[in-house]
Design a protein around this ligand. Structure first.
Ligand code: F6P
Length: 316
């Protein structure tokens, strides 16, 4: 069969639109007919699947989010709905599917592929960067740059007002965004689940720095950390004696103009996914490691837990 489809599942990332653009172009180069599944697995169930053309993807390269929308589908957890999804693909003679998503989306696809004969390729796409087997997930660079711009701006007001700021990043249960952002923005404190810290350990040093003229502090905390942003802010106020504000960056981290790196990675991930599907890679995820791009089985990727790079942790 010559029909291939793509869908986005779970949290959207900047880089999905460049990936969709390249999907249409590269599929056509390879004489495949590209299809878009709108609204993630929900669209697979509701048969919201349409052939994609060049005009569908013109002008989208600069936009964050995903033109074909995404969802977290509860119905796809049920076997009966997965059966409907397969029937919809069969009706359109689609036997190759690319999914841009995170570990939850891949876990769903793993079950789907065990139940039905389908060639599947996953492209790791989540700002959390928490998928086992890959060192990079699409969208992470743009998210880090959004965070960088935000922290740089917060530094301006923190230093002007002699305040401490506690900045909360996303990441669900993974501290990657917080860790890299803290390192690259020169924050005084980084609080993540993966590295237990005792605030007492910092107290004397921070008080000494204050005595020596330090006027402001920046603390970065990841969502999912053992402490909360408000506990940390309270600590700054009570123990360090500095007025403190909290800034929860939230969903702005998921949007914005995709960086050059994410545009390039989108192109590479999609090319590898299509090449893999044409070369009998039946149920894999394209992973990016120190060795470059590798196809790993969906079974392996979904059965193990991502761990933060120990070298990166050691810097913090
Ligand atoms: O997985 C991406 C992510 O942005 C997480 O960092 C965050 O915890 C979650 O999604 C937020 O989900 P929602 O968009 O449903 O609020």
């Amino acid at each position: 069969m010559k029909n291939i489809a793509i869908l986005c599942s779970g949290g959207d990332v900047s880089g999905m639109n460049p990936a969709l653009k390249h999907f249409v172009e590269y599929a056509k180069d390879k004489e495949l007919t590209p299809y878009f599944v709108y609204d993630g697995y929900e669209g697979l169930i509701d048969n919201n699947i349409q052939e994609a053309s060049y005009s569908d993807v013109s002008g989208i390269i600069t936009r964050g989010g995903t033109k074909i929308r995404s969802s977290r589908s509860k119905r796809f957890l049920q076997k009966s709905y997965r059966k409907i999804a397969k029937e919809n693909l069969d009706a359109l003679h689609i036997d190759k599917l690319i999914v841009l998503g995170g570990d939850g989306s891949f876990a769903g696809m793993n079950i789907f592929c065990q139940e039905h004969d389908l060639s599947f390729c996953g492209i790791p796409s989540t700002i959390d960067n928490d998928i086992y087997g890959t060192e990079y997930c699409l969208g992470v660079d743009t998210a880090l740059n959004v965070i960088k711009t935000s922290i740089d701006a917060i530094r301006d007001t923190a230093s002007s007002f002699s305040r401490a700021f506690v900045v909360e990043t996303m990441g669900r249960k993974c501290g990657y965004l917080a860790l890299v952002s803290a390192l690259t923005s020169g924050a005084e404190l980084c609080v993540i689940k993966e590295k237990e810290i005792s605030l007492d350990h910092y107290k004397d040093d921070f008080l000494k720095q204050k005595e020596n003229g330090r006027k402001y502090f920046l603390g970065i905390i990841s969502e999912g950390a053992t402490q909360s942003a408000s506990e940390l802010a309270e600590w700054f106020e009570k123990e360090i004696g500095i007025e403190t504000r909290i800034c929860v960056l939230g969903h702005i981290q998921r949007g914005g103009n995709p960086t050059i790196y994410d545009r390039l990675m989108a192109y590479k991930f999609v090319s590898k996914a299509i090449d893999g599907l044409l070369n009998q890679e039946k149920q894999s995820v394209i992973c990016y490691t120190k060795k470059g791009f590798e196809y790993k089985s969906i079974e392996e990727v979904t059965s193990k837990k991502y761990e933060l790079d120990s070298e990166l942790l050691a810097y913090s």
